[in-house]
Design a protein around this ligand. Sequence first.
Ligand code: PLP
Length: 400
Amino acid sequence: MKKFDPAMAINAVANTSAERGVNPSINDSATFCFPKGQLMTDTFHGETQGYYLYSRHWNPSNFALCNALAAMEGTEAAWVTASGMAAITCALMQCVGKGDHIIASMTVYGGTFAFLDNYIKKFGVEVTFVDSTSLEEVEKALLPNTKVIYTETMSNPLLRISDIGKLRKLADRVGAKLIIDNTFSPMIFSPYVLGAHVVVYSMTKFINGKNDCVAGAICADSDFINSLIDVNNGTAMLLGPVLDSYRSTSILKNLYDLHIRMQKHSQNAMYLAKRFNDIGIKANYPGLESHIDHKLMVEQMNDGFGFGGMIAIDLITAERANLFMEKMQEKGVGYLAVSLGYFRTLFSCSGKSTSSEVPQEIQDQMGMSEGLVRYSVGLDNDMEATFAIIEQVLKELKYI
Ligand code: PLP
């Protein structure tokens, strides 16, 4: 059977402007007028098509981006938010209320971890953190009031892979929703096609790829998206974290070359991972057969986008990691900065930055060393030349 092709699915979406521009126009309006009063009432009740009420709910620019995102994910619908955290928190809060239970992976992004560990408890929601790569652990944590199983397709920073189909079966046992954060691996994985109910993104990362804004997306069936923007009960409508239409329009253009960027990020990351291993620095990369989840990744991934742009190496102590990163930055390898999915290489020490919200004992349980350096590998045309600089830095520091 031919696998799903998210890039061709986006290509099939005709997104021209009303004036026949090849790109949709930026719609610069917060509110929209109606030719008839009754139409406004019907639109309030969600009973019309092609009418816009107010930009916090829908606007034509966001609609164009959402059409393309839904095509990419194979979902009926999507909705775009002002950050990845807004997408994650709105999706989660839409599914739970007082007395409900969430099962979450303990390796999720630090902000998501903090939201689940500290914030959502204020609303009387219980959270059990598990190693979501262990289906037995997930199964053991299931409760009759479990409403969500939440994980990331490719975990941060150890790049463990989730078995989406099997997690869906567990979610179905108690009628819970499987919500998957696919930020690290757009196009490479299609979590909805694999069985997830809801796919969330920080578009700040690979999807936009330019590090010029924060943005997020929620992709799901129409019922879920409509429930999010329901004027009476929708978390997204009532908390209001909508993406600005200027940003939607610029992100949409970047979506159309995402497949080429993912291929190059993956090619460069594979090269770097192999070269690190050649010189005796163990690289964690799911593209390598030695990675614990390599086989599982191959079973679930779409063809043609590679194994992703993220790799991690272990330099044992945070001090050694910092020295290494500072020198790499000095020599132009990339930037000592959090975030990922940028055209330049970014590196950070996960335990002391993006995962610092995760308590030390859980970091230990995850197998995350304090000297772990996470790379988001850039689009360098000559990765061999970049690696030569990295190797030189390692030699100067006497790490090899
Ligand atoms: N999900 C993952 C996997 C992330 O790495 C991040 C990073 O910041 C987020 C979600 C949050 O997204 P944002 O910063 O766009 O709110």
